[in-house]
Write a new protein. Structure first.
Length: 124
């Protein structure tokens, strides 16, 4: 196994790495909408989702992957009422590529986040 830490993604908020590569599979830790330069959350669910996608892309890039390598996502929302707006952002980033997905409302997310996403990707 190989630990992956992306220099351009925000630092982990706990004792974990950005991702682990096991064989050709990348298991990426959840990314919040944290701005890497400040460590602060972007303001609002849309901005947090966009920033989280940017952070996920940096972690995947460090692992030699893109969103096209993603086979499974898990999306965590602070409020399920944001489902439609998140779906639109999600569809914009993934385009025609449609990985399997779970989406759940969490009682609370770290740092008071409104959106978090973790991914599993496979290098081909």
């Amino acid at each position: 196994m190989k630990a992956i830490n992306a220099k351009k993604a925000p630092a982990a908020v706990g004792p974990y790495v950005h991702a682990i590569q096991a064989g050709n599979t990348i298991y990426a830790s959840g990314q919040l909408g944290l701005i890497p330069e400040t460590g602060e959350l972007a303001v609002g669910v849309e901005a947090q989702a966009e920033q989280a996608f940017a952070n996920v892309k940096e972690v995947l890039r460090e692992a030699g992957c893109t969103l096209n390598n993603v086979v499974k996502t898990t999306v965590f929302l602070a409020d399920m009422k944001d489902f439609a707006v998140i779906n639109a952002i999600y569809a914009k980033h993934f385009g025609e590529h449609k990985p399997a997905r779970s989406c759940v409302q969490a009682a609370a997310l770290p740092k008071g986040g409104l959106f978090e996403m973790e991914v599993i990707a496979v290098k081909e």
